[in-house]
Design a protein around this ligand. Structure first.
Ligand SMILES: [Zn+2]
Length: 413
């Protein structure tokens, strides 16, 4: 055994069983070799978790590291007509390869420091940014393998059918090996045609799909029905994710439940992006502003797999952010008004096991043979982690410690 993490309460986000028993995790050659109480430690490096919560790493399923940290460059906009895309489009020429790499790297470092060990990042390709975002993120994937596994989802932010040259760049990204393709039909003059084309490219390059979907001031014109139909038609169940679904927050729960059961049957997962939807929704009214965030717990209860993710950091879609997924779950729980322990536990699952399933990660979880990925949080249970926004104190990737925060202490006189 190379490393033994002692006295941890394990939660890999797939079980609702309370984490009562203190366990040790033994890691050899970068992989989990044993999970049991009181493992022999002879010769191994030892980390004592002191009864704290351990998870196999937080999973960021949806973030845009390529366009993070540009808020100070963007022109102010009126509240009612505010558009994140209108904010970013004019500054794309300032987003050189080196600039994009530097901004994305800072955001990536913050994600790692907040306990994220796996990530799907959305990457824009269009004639305005070319392949610069793709190239910047690609270089970071290799440089940060020691701490995090990253995959890219390439997508057209400013329209596909109405923006000549974008399709060719998407194809270029798929040829270079992008494993996931996304979309933003809301910003296309022909949203349904964009969705059709995304499914076509996904079939051609055998890619997973992860589309931004159904944000807007009314619940009308849901694209999610088309996505479900195409998922069924082309048998892509389990490989399709829709992000946002903010319009669900404007529908009665029984109508959402009906749609949710259809998504569950088709194998379409949902990522809720609380910070962005809270910031952008409801700008059509001056007061009694709706919260605009879909209730992922409600969707889970009807069989849909869901994750909670950060989406944007310090840009016009979300001018805030510390890249803390635990804080994101806490924000979400406030917005959708959760208070029961099982609900808060489910929030933690949506940062861990459910997220890993959504990304089709086959080697996530506390199981012998899986990578030696362990994150220690300054809490004893998932519920406490979400309620109190617990700080990750240590992370291990493939059995090597990648970060350390010291737990705060009072210095009495
Ligand atoms: Zn997004």
């Amino acid at each position: 055994m190379d490393l033994v993490i002692r006295n941890a309460r394990l939660s890999d986000g797939t079980s609702l069983v309370p984490e009562r028993t203190l366990m040790d995790i033994g890691i050899a050659d970068g992989r989990i070799a044993a999970i049991a109480p009181n493992l022999p430690v002879a010769g191994a490096q030892v980390y004592d978790a002191g009864g704290r919560l351990a998870c196999p790493g937080l999973v960021e399923t949806h973030i845009h590291i390529d366009k993070s940290r540009v808020i100070e460059r963007c022109a102010p906009q009126p509240r009612a007509t505010y558009s994140p895309v209108k904010g970013v489009t004019p500054i794309k020429d300032t987003m050189t390869l080196e600039d994009t790499r530097q901004r994305a790297e800072r955001t990536l470092q913050e994600c790692i420091l907040h306990g994220t060990t796996r990530m799907r990042t959305q990457v824009e390709v269009d004639p305005g940014i070319g392949m610069r975002g793709y190239d910047a993120v690609q270089s970071l994937i290799d440089d940060y393998k020691w701490a995090i596994d990253i995959e890219m989802c390439v997508f057209p932010q400013e329209g596909l059918t109405n923006y000549p040259g974008t399709d060719e760049l998407l194809v270029e990204a798929m040829k270079r090996g992008a494993k996931v393709i996304g979309g933003a039909p809301r910003y296309d003059t022909d949203g349904p045609a964009q969705i059709e084309r995304i499914f076509e490219l996904a079939r051609e390059y055998d890619a997973d799909i992860d589309i931004h979907l159904d944000v807007g001031p009314t619940p009308d014109g849901l694209y999610v029905h088309q996505v479900r139909e195409l998922t069924e038609k082309y048998r892509r169940g389990g490989r399709v994710v829709v992000g946002h679904m903010a319009k669900f927050s404007l529908l009665p729960p029984d109508e959402v439940a009906k749609i949710a059961r259809g998504l569950a049957d088709a194998g379409v997962a949902v990522t809720v992006l609380p910070a962005t939807d809270l910031f952008l929704m409801g700008r059509n009214v001056d007061y009694a502003v709706p919260r605009g965030v879909a209730d992922a717990n409600h969707l889970c209860a009807h069989g849909v797999n869901c994750s909670l993710s950060s989406n944007n950091i310090l840009n016009p879609a979300t001018p805030f952010g510390d890249c803390s997924l635990v804080r994101m779950a806490n924000l979400y729980a406030n917005i959708v008004q959760l208070d029961r322990p099982e609900q808060l536990h489910e929030c933690f699952n949506m940062l861990t096991g459910r997220s890993a399933k959504l990304l089709n990660l086959k080697d996530y979880g506390f199981k012998v043979g899986n990578p030696g990925d362990v994150v220690i949080l300054n809490a004893e249970t998932p519920v406490q982690a979400v309620s109190e926004i617990a700080q990750p104190l240590a992370a291990f990737k493939n059995g090597r410690q990648t970060l350390r925060w010291n737990a705060p202490e009072l210095l009495r006189p």
